[in-house]
Write a protein that binds this ligand. Sequence first.
Ligand code: ZN
Length: 117
Amino acid sequence: MAKYSSKINKIRTFALSLIFVGFFIMYLGIFFRQSVILMSIFMFLGLLSIIASTVVYFWIGMLSTKTVQVKCPNCEKPTKILGRVDICMHCNEPLTLDPNLEGLEFNEKYNSKKADS
Ligand SMILES: [Zn+2]
């Protein structure tokens, strides 16, 4: 189960890495300070990446309002479920809101639209 992680955590990791990528690109721009245009491009791309991360963080905020808070049966900590199946944020226990899927092996596919019908 270690290869899965909670969806919200995944998106959060993505947003965080965008910030680092942004700063890294800006840092690369320093090496091109002889050319104002090149440096500006790097600074702009870096800024763009940081703005994108802000957008993703905002998106997480929107998603969080759609999650269902449950108490994990495994570690007894409160965690959030997004979609039909998700993973406990604390212990990676697969969780489901759909009784039909209970006991089945965890599968990300259950979140696809096909599984909804
Ligand atoms: Zn748990």
